[in-house]
Design a protein around this ligand. Structure first.
Ligand code: FAD
Ligand code: SF4
Length: 511
């Protein structure tokens, strides 16, 4: 049967069983679709990265002898909707069957289901063979439970896949979690190694993207595009991580620093999310590397990393499929403020925000704590509409795809799901940021005070948040200590803080 098989831009898994044999009846199709460049305003590095990775993957398929239709963004036949373009290819090529790999986004899933129903030829789909879990596995695991605790899912995953286990039930070293060892500030030592050189020139591609009228955000250096866009580069980044970053990964996982955007973070999310690398090969490689160097790398570092991949990443995906499409509409606090303008420019006197945002605009990257405890924290404390925050996170990061962005933003960072994902809102005053970073040292604001003109905005906003949402949060056991502190607070100080917070919330760009 003459078959057309669709490969989406984030389905670049060259180890997939589809590609194990060349079949003369099968033609693959890859489309640099306008629809995918425009459903949100993306960072220019994200678009360049996706396009380069798709082209390189297409080349790999052709080199292996597969038939491929590759449609570039500037191809005149490339119509605006993905499915319209596929439809004309099916008609022009006389295909008798259409197949696709299960998309990870609800939006595309629905589009392809509807498309298949509209076709007169036979259709079929396959799994991407990428994740450890199936789409519905987490739903089955938590069936009948009212809370979805990541830690219990993580332990189930460790046991099921025999990762860092002593036997079927006991974790290695008798401990599941070393999180409390992973809370250090980075003070200039140990030194951060130079990034591996994956640079390639991208000037022509940038010109083409601009000529196609694609709106983008953020900066790019046409000579210095340093994200991995093929398998060899992905594997090189993984080796680099094992050799130079893993020994300190967990220890400085939560640290932030003005001069070091990446610290000991792996930067593997882009390659993982495009499926250039599989989570299993990443986890296996990290554990093998550690097994050979146990005297140099302690278990806490390795467990901390493994938890991100088989714990958080799979859990987030499970949550997405468990909650969609309702998740997109969750707004527990009924927040509806606009996003401050400085999220698009980095122009604010708050040093932490300035660094976290400028870095995101310059690099298409911020690490987890910057996303959660700086930009996410500020957005929640100032009651920004979750839709506006989603659009920002979905656009600005090279690794942002809705299945992973949405639960992280709405759930973990904004508590918009009322606590399905996080047991309490991740909010803090300036003291947490000060504890984990050097941001406050160069800031126009004083992190130690609450109500003065130059007091850290996070301080008054934090207490205002607790005060305003007492009805929704006071019964949460994990918040009780904070409410006890609020109750002990001098009434006049609290009033001053609420007033100051209201002013910041109304005029964020003045701060
Ligand atoms: P490392 O710190 O080196 O961690 C290793 C890997 O673990 C990452 O590559 C990633 O694949 C995985 N991981 C760690 N934490 C998470 C998590 N919470 N969810 C899923 N995977 C995780 N991650 C994305 O991949 N895409 C997003 O769009 C995204 N949006 C986020 C939005 C917010 C508000 C927050 C708080 C987090 C978001 N994350 C997202 C999770 C996390 O911040 C990034 O995965 C991480 O910063 C990527 O950098 P890294 O590869 O250097 O990660
Ligand atoms: Fe951020 Fe406040 Fe510290 Fe300034 S003082 S860097 S605003 S936490």
């Amino acid at each position: 049967t003459k078959t057309l098989r669709l490969i989406l831009g984030d389905q670049l898994n060259s180890c997939h069983s589809w590609f194990q044999q060349v079949n003369p009846d099968v033609t693959y199709v890859m489309i640099e679709s306008h629809q995918e460049q425009e459903y949100v305003t993306h960072h220019i590095q994200k678009i360049v990265g996706f396009v380069l990775a798709m082209r390189s993957f297409g080349q790999t398929l052709t080199n292996r002898g597969h038939q491929l239709i590759y449609m570039r963004l500037d191809d005149p036949q490339n119509r605006s909707s993905l499915t319209d373009t596929i439809n004309s290819l099916i008609e022009a090529g006389g295909f008798e069957r259409f197949e696709y790999l299960l998309p990870d986004e609800y939006r595309l899933d629905l589009q392809l289901i509807n498309f298949c129903q509209s076709l007169k030829i036979a259709t079929g789909f396959r799994d991407t063979e990428h994740f450890y879990t199936q789409r519905d596995e987490m739903a089955l695991f938590f069936e009948g439970k009212s809370q979805y605790l990541m830690e219990s899912f993580y332990r189930y995953m460790r046991k099921k896949h025999g990762v860092l286990m002593l036997n079927d039930t006991k974790p290695i070293a008798g401990q599941w979690n070393f999180d409390k060892d992973n809370r250090n500030k980075w003070k200039g030592q140990p030194a951060i190694p130079e990034l591996p050189d994956l640079r390639k020139p991208v000037a022509q591609l940038i010109t083409m993207i601009n000529e196609q009228g694609i709106k983008t955000i953020g900066a790019i250096d046409p000579e210095d595009f340093n994200w991995p866009t093929n398998r060899a580069e992905g594997l090189e980044l993984l080796e680099y991580f094992c050799n130079y970053l893993l020994p300190h990964f967990g220890t400085y996982q939560d640290a932030m620093h003005t001069d070091q955007p990446f610290l000991f973070h792996s930067r593997l999310s882009f390659a993982l999310n495009l499926k250039i690398l599989s989570p299993k090969e990443v986890v296996d490689r990290v554990i093998d590397h550690w097994a050979d160097r146990k005297e140099d790398i302690d278990l806490a570092q390795v467990e901390g990393f493994v938890r991100q991949i088989i714990g958080w990443r799979e859990y987030i995906r499970g949550m997405y499929w468990l909650q969609m499409p309702d998740y997109e509409r969750k707004n527990f606090f009924k927040n509806d403020n606009p996003l401050p303008q400085f999220y698009w420019s980095g122009e604010t006197k708050m040093n932490c925000m300035k660094h976290a945002i400028s870095q995101s605009l310059d690099l298409g990257y911020a690490h987890h704590i910057q996303r959660l405890m700086v930009t996410g924290n500020f957005a929640l404390l100032s009651g920004v509409s979750p839709e506006k925050i989603d659009a920002w996170y979905l656009g600005i990061y090279t690794d942002a795809i809705q299945w992973v962005q949405l639960p992280n933003t709405r759930g973990m960072s904004q508590f918009a799901d009322g606590g399905l994902l996080a047991t309490k809102p991740y909010v803090s005053s300036g003291s947490y940021i000060n504890k984990m970073s050097n941001y406050c040292q160069g800031c126009a604001y004083n992190v130690k005070t609450k109500v003065e003109k130059d007091s850290c905005p996070f301080n008054s906003m934090y207490w205002n948040f607790l005060y305003q949402h007492r009805d929704k949060l006071a019964n949460n056991r994990r918040m009780s200590m904070m409410y006890r502190q609020l109750d002990k607070m001098d009434g006049q100080v609290l009033t001053q803080m609420v007033l100051r917070a209201q002013d910041i919330i109304e005029n964020p760009d003045a701060y």
